[in-house]
Design a protein around this ligand. Structure first.
Ligand code: WT7
Length: 654
């Protein structure tokens, strides 16, 4: 039985359901199914009403202009995202409200009010303008999880310079490729960050990347531990590199926001696809902000006295949408934590929840599975009674993990929102509304009002009940507008399969209640610990090593990470398999891409199973990696190769 079929089997057996608790429902923003009805009656009117909750310099003329596959939302409207996230809260009674509660891994703490954040953002907007950054110029950001990363993003938004945030765990090489693809002129980084008690040498990595980034004119470096505590050994290149605190000390706290068209770029965010080259996902201003603001308000039910903690890194879309733009646009109080969940001990998250009275907590199934493994005694050490709502994102959550989360973190009183979405969708797409939706562990339930999703077969026929490809059948405000500098790839990847309908790359199942159960990727993209990794990217990293002739990378089920990478490697002629070579290759991938892409297993082989036309049969490699019985091998050029590989893998595993 294939992995997908197995999952469908288990999910079909999942019959537990949870009604929204009465106490929750009483105060929820959404208490009835009315928004679903309104949106299905008139989707554009529904989204226009959501957009009206933002502050616009100039109203739009038309809600949607749809020339498949290109959409324009709120045509002619003018706004600025930083004004929506900051300035409007200075006038509505929130100016001294805490915007950010930050905690560093070593235990240092800072809070910034909306007014504080506004001043910092304006100062940094002036700094960027003084460095010559103009509207439309791209700015790369490579930073730890410190308040300055939020300042940097919002300052870019203020002056209309699209930001490209590169996750601080990515390697110098990944940073270089992203800077060069975006042709960024400025890089914002930090001397260091902290992770599991170790120093992450961001500036040193950046310097490695900067050797081959001809478009970069200036580098701004934040001293993570403040002025006077700059990391030792940092080299500052005169004329190019500047300390953040020095530039900021001279900058004015007033900066006029750029008037942005609804369709002007807000940011580019790179994500993995099926080829070796990451895709620069393009998001614009008006539609994106409308989508993330509406979903933050309704899915997380955020009110003024909530304390919202999304544990993602700002380097991923989850951080963009649900640490920065969504919650700040709503004027919420946001918790931000720099480090690992098990540092100094495995109760760090629960200590933070207790210390700040977190009310809404949003994390990934991979983290929940780790909490389960560590045991319920860690959350039990803390008072978690402030929590009233829990969320998950990034990968399918297995019902057992859902139930554990519900019981040990949520004290059986908190609804759980399992939110399905992607870097490309900008915001949450399929999700419960916590005061309305009956939830089922393992199901993301139903499309958000105004979102139209369907399961299709290969020919585009709709499957009402059963399994199929997950598609979004009409444009939505937060959708990606294109792939940066590669519109053809945008057309091919997302819209090539069924005209006018968006292909998500995910397989899913729909039950008799119309609930969606996401099964995972159907292409050559893996989901490792909630992060997308293209198998091709890892393969090209491997073959760039002098010892490797050919490589094929597949996923295997992993208890904590969901999936783990297994690499099948053919060595070059004349290279012998030294004992330390496997570790060297793993490290090589980590250096090329980042630690998240490090394969768990490397299998050396003399041959790979190929079809007669020379295509690697990944399906068989997946079966081998998962230890499953081999499927159909009749199209193989040489069936003996597979049997040999299987034996070898089993021997290595035992
Ligand atoms: C892929 C998108 C969107 C934020 C984090 C990941 C998987 C995401 C769920 C969920 C099952 C999920 C899908 C999707 N995914 N959320 N609730 N249930 N699968 O963003 O890196 O763009 O990855 O993550 O496979 O396509 P991303």
């Amino acid at each position: 039985m294939s992995q997908t079929a197995e999952r469908i089997e288990t999910l079909l057996k999942e019959r537990r359901t949870y009604q929204p608790p009465a106490a929750f429902k009483r105060t929820a923003h959404v208490r009835s199914k009315k928004p679903y009805q309104e949106a299905s009656r008139d989707r554009l009117k529904f989204w226009a009403a959501r957009a009206k909750e933002l502050e616009w310099f100039k109203p739009w003329k038309k809600v949607l202009e749809w020339n498949p596959p290109h959409a324009k939302w709120f045509v002619g409207g003018k706004l600025n995202a930083s004004v929506n996230c900051l300035d409007r809260h200075l006038k509505n009674g929130r100016r001294n409200k805490v915007a950010l509660i930050w905690e560093g891994e070593p235990g240092d703490r800072r809070t910034l009010s909306y007014w504080d954040l506004h001043r910092e953002v304006c100062r940094f907007a002036n700094v960027l303008r003084d460095l010559g950054v103009k509207k439309g110029d791209r700015v790369a950001i490579y930073m730890p999880m410190i308040p300055e990363v939020v300042v940097a993003m919002l300052a870019c938004a203020r002056i209309g310079a699209p930001h490209s945030v590169v996750f601080g765990g990515f390697s110098a090489e990944s940073l270089k490729d992203r800077i060069n693809d975006a042709e960024a002129t400025v890089l914002i980084t930090a001397d260091k960050g902290y992770r599991r008690g170790q120093v992450v040498p961001l500036k040193r990595n950046a310097d490695e990347a900067l050797k081959e980034t001809p478009t970069i004119r200036h580098v701004v470096v934040v001293a993570r531990d403040g002025k006077g505590s700059e990391a030792a050994g940092i080299e500052m290149q005169p004329g190019r590199d500047h300390w953040y605190h020095e530039l900021m000390s001279r900058a004015s706290p007033d900066a006029k926001p750029a008037v942005m068209d609804a369709e002007d770029l807000l940011f580019i965010l790179y994500t993995s696809g099926t080829t070796g080259k990451p895709k620069g996902i393009v998001h614009t201003t008006g539609g994106y902000l409308t989508h993330v603001t509406a979903t933050t308000k309704w899915v997380f039910d955020l009110k003024d006295d909530d304390v919202f903690w999304c544990t993602a890194d700002v380097g991923w879309v989850t951080g963009h949408s649900y640490i920065v733009y969504g919650p700040l646009s709503l004027g919420a109080t946001v918790v931000m934590y720099e480090g690992a969940p098990d540092w100094p001990d495995k109760d760090r998250f629960w200590e933070i929840v207790e210390r700040y009275g977190v009310t809404v907590f949003y994390t990934a199934p991979t983290a929940i599975r780790a909490f389960m493994k560590w045991g319920p005694e860690y959350p039990a050490r803390h008072d978690l009674s402030s929590l009233r709502l829990l969320g998950t994102v990034g990968e399918p959550i297995n019902p057992e993990a859902w139930i554990w989360y519900h019981q040990h973190i949520g004290g059986k009183r908190c609804p759980i929102v399992d939110t399905w979405w992607q870097t490309e969708t900008g915001g949450i797409m399929i999700t419960p509304l916590p005061g309305v939706t009956r939830t089922k562990p393992g199901s993301a339930t139903l499309p958000f009002p105004g979102i139209e999703a369907a399961l299709l077969d290969g020919d585009g026929n709709e499957i009402k009940v059963g399994g199929g490809f997950l598609a979004i059948t009409s444009p939505w405000p937060g959708m990606l507008r294109t792939i940066y500098k590669d519109d053809q790839r945008y057309r091919d990847t997302y819209w090539g399969r069924w005209p006018g309908k968006y292909f998500t790359g995910d397989g899913a199942k729909r039950d008799r209640d119309g609930y969606f159960w996401i099964l995972g990727r159907v292409d050559d993209v893996l989901n490792v610990a909630g992060h997308r990794i293209g198998t091709m990217e890892v393969e090209s990293a491997l073959v760039s090593h002098p010892a490797v002739a050919e490589a094929a990378v597949v996923g295997k089920p992993h208890e904590l990470k969901g999936q783990a990478l297994v690499a099948f490697v053919i060595l070059r002629a004349g290279v012998s398999n030294r004992p330390e070579l496997a570790d060297e290759l793993k490290q090589h991938v980590a250096t090329k891409i980042g630690a998240i892409a490090r394969p768990d297993d490397i299998i050396f082989t003399a041959d790979l199973p190929k079809t007669r036309s020379g295509k690697i049969m990944r399906r068989l490699l997946k079966d081998i990696a998962a230890g499953r019985a081999l499927g159909d091998v009749t199209t193989l050029a040489d069936p003996a190769v597979v049997q040999a590989l299987k034996e070898k893998y089993e021997e290595q595993e035992s």
